[in-house]
Design a protein around this ligand. Structure first.
Ligand SMILES: Nc1ncnc2c1ncn2[C@@H]1O[C@H](COP(=O)(O)OP(=O)(O)OP(=O)(O)O)[C@@H](O)[C@H]1O
Ligand SMILES: [Mg+2]
Length: 302
C-alpha cells in the first residue's frame, strides 16, 4: 500500500523511475507491455531493464503476466510512486505522513511541504470497473489501463474545480496535481457528519453550507455529491471532494443542484429536527440559480 510506497520511494533509484515511466508509456498502447519494448520506452539498456524490472516487481510496483508474451504493467502502488516522485522533484512534497482518510474512491494522506498538506490519490477507475467503457478511445486493450485514465481524469477535474472555486468558495486551497493525485491544503476540522452541533449553531452552520453551495454555483459549479461527509466544520465550513462537480451549464445541473440542496437540508432536518423544519428545497434551488439566495429562514415552511 501507499505507506510502503513512501518507504520504498526513498530506496528507489532514478533509473527505477525511468523503468516505471517506461511501463506507463507502454500502457498507452496495451494493457501488458512486452519486455522487449521496454528498453525504448524507458531509455535503458535491455540488461538494465531486466535488473530494474526485478527490483520494481519485488516492491509491488509492477506486475508480470506471461501468456503469448511476457508483459508488465504498473500496479496502483507503481502509479502512486510515479506521482509522488514527480511531486518530490517539483518540491511540492518533502515527506509522507499518516492517512487522513480512506474513502471509497480515494486514499488521502498527510504530506509535508513547507507546511502540512493533504495528498489525495484518486482510485475511481480502480474501484468502479463500469467506468471502463469511458476509456475506450484511450486504448484498444483497456481494462487495467482504464483505471489509470479514469483516476487521472478525476484528479484533473477535482483540481480544476478547486482552482476555479478557491478562494471565493470555502474549499481546500489547491497546491499541485500530477497523474491521479492532487495536493491541497490540509483542513484541520471534523466532518459535519461526525460532529454534534450545539442547538444555537445549527441554523448558522446550515446557512454557511448553503452559502457555499450558492457561491460555487455563482462561480460556475454544482458539487453534485453534497453530503455531511464532504463538509468539514472548522471555524466556518469547508466543502471538499469535488471530482464529480459539473459546470452550471451542464444539462443536469439544475437537478444536481436540487439534490445537493436536498442532501444538505435533509441531513440537518433529520439530525436536528428541533432547529430545522420543512424547507422548500425547490424555492431554495431557484434562489441559488437566480443568484439571489437569502438566509435559509426564508425557505422554511411552517
Ligand atoms: N484537504 C483535506 N484535509 C484533511 N483531510 C482530508 C482532506 N481531503 C480529504 N480528507 C480526508 O479524506 C477523506 C476522503 O476524502 P474525500 O471525501 O475527498 O474522498 P472520497 O474518496 O471521494 O470520499 P467518498 O468516500 O465520499 O467517495 C475525507 O473524509 C477526509 O477525512
Ligand atoms: Mg468524500
Amino acid at each position: 500500500m501507499v505507506e510502503n510506497v513512501a518507504g520504498e520511494l526513498a530506496d528507489l533509484e532514478s533509473e527505477d523511475f525511468y523503468l516505471l515511466s517506461g511501463v506507463e508509456q507502454g500502457m498507452r498502447f496495451s494493457e501488458w507491455v512486452a519486455r522487449e519494448k521496454l528498453p525504448d520506452f524507458a531509455d535503458l539498456t535491455p540488461e538494465n531493464v531486466d535488473y530494474r524490472l526485478d527490483r520494481c516487481e519485488r516492491r509491488g510496483l509492477v506486475e508480470r503476466k506471461t501468456i503469448q508474451y511476457e508483459g508488465f504493467r504498473l500496479t496502483f502502488e507503481g502509479y502512486d510512486a510515479l506521482a509522488l516522485h514527480t511531486f518530490a522533484e517539483r518540491g511540492t512534497v518533502e515527506g509522507f505522513g499518516a492517512p487522513l482518510g480512506v474513502g471509497k474512491e480515494s486514499d488521502v494522506y498527510e504530506v509535508q511541504s513547507y507546511t502540512p498538506m493533504a495528498l489525495k490519490f484518486h482510485r475511481e477507475g480502480y474501484t468502479e470497473f463500469r467506468e471502463v467503457n469511458r476509456a475506450r478511445e484511450y486504448t484498444a486493450d483497456r481494462e487495467h489501463v482504464s483505471w489509470m485514465y479514469t483516476a487521472r481524469k478525476a484528479a484533473e477535474r477535482e483540481y480544476e474545480a478547486l482552482e476555479a472555486l478557491y478562494p471565493d468558495v470555502s474549499v481546500p486551497r489547491p497546491v499541485d496535481h500530477n497523474r491521479h493525485a492532487v495536493v491541497m491544503e490540509r483542513i484541520d476540522g471534523i466532518e459535519l457528519g461526525r460532529t454534534a452541533l450545539e442547538p444555537a449553531q445549527v441554523r448558522p452552520v446550515l446557512d454557511l453550507v448553503l452559502a457555499e453551495v450558492a457561491g460555487a454555483y455563482d462561480a460556475g459549479y454544482v458539487h453534485a455529491d453534497m453530503s455531511e461527509y464532504n463538509v468539514f466544520v472548522t471555524e466556518g465550513v469547508v466543502v471538499f471532494d469535488w471530482p464529480q462537480a459539473v459546470p452550471t451549464d451542464h444539462a443536469n445541473a439544475r437537478e444536481l443542484l436540487e439534490r445537493d440542496v436536498e442532501n444538505a437540508v435533509g441531513y440537518f432536518r433529520r439530525k436536528y429536527p428541533n432547529q430545522v423544519g420543512t424547507v422548500d428545497v425547490r424555492a431554495l434551488a431557484d434562489a441559488i440559480e437566480a443568484g439571489d439566495p437569502d438566509s435559509i429562514s426564508e425557505f422554511v415552511c411552517e
